[in-house]
Design a protein around this ligand. Sequence first.
Ligand SMILES: Nc1nc2c(ncn2[C@@H]2O[C@H](COP(=O)(O)OP(=O)(O)OP(=O)(O)O)[C@@H](O)[C@H]2O)c(=O)[nH]1
Ligand SMILES: [Mg+2]
Length: 265
Amino acid sequence: MDIRVIIPTYNEKENISDLVGQILALPINAGVIVVDDNSPDGTGQIAAALAAQSPRVAVIHRAGKLGLGTAYIAGFKKGLAEGATRLITMDADFSHNPSYIPGLVELSSYHHITIGSRYIPGGGVRNWELSRRFLSWAANAFARTMLGLKARDCTAGFRCYHREVLETIELDRIFSNGYSFLVEMLFKSQRAGFTVGEIPIIFANRERGTSKISQREIYKAMYTVGRLTLGRLKPKPQLDVSKLPPAPANSAADSSLPGQPVSPD
Ligand SMILES: Nc1nc2c(ncn2[C@@H]2O[C@H](COP(=O)(O)OP(=O)(O)OP(=O)(O)O)[C@@H](O)[C@H]2O)c(=O)[nH]1
Ligand SMILES: [Mg+2]
């Protein structure tokens, strides 16, 4: 079991059991790490019960709502410590359909980071009102333009990382915590020379539970992009290339590979 699916949760009691059940039923041998921030609705207890039923499920219980970014990091650290070679992140609310996971894993043989993408041909969003579509499109366009990111969907949380990426990017030095964590991870990975591939997904609006995104998150994301833009002026980190897995490094230019490859700078 060298794959871990990391699921941050805050008040997801309507979703977590079904989601974990569907992941365990996939034809891949992945473990699940739920990172719960002491959800008032009892999601943490539900996750603990799931963990008691299956050795493939683990839960990290945190004291309170500490943010999405640090939840991912806590999950990454646990997965890495357990020897996982690929670490997937996804939302708990079925916006990221678990049926895409095998395709994500397949494409990840060719790329250091693979993204379940709304913004490549075949991808899209379902049941989003116009304002939300515009916000997402604008956030992506802003991040791509300011930071020179090559991925089409830079704010997607449905990703598969090779462990080398997470070992190279200094996780404790990531300064953003909320949703902009995703942009910062991509920026630092691209600068380090890691390759990114994208697989199309249809992102469905959550049907159960409530959203946690706030106006404040949007301002924080703009601040993150501004701060990272200044970071572009700094010299790029020198990577120890021996750390890269062999297949993805030269796959970006090979259009015969599945998915939409994106080459590093
Ligand atoms: N552990 C943890 N999980 C969080 C936190 N904030 C959000 N999440 C989880 O992160 C995932 C994404 O959050 P959502 O509320 O779905 O955010 P969103 O998808 O941008 O918003 P909607 O489209 O309205 O659902 C979900 O699984 C949440 O439960 C947090 O502070 N801590
Ligand atoms: Mg959501």
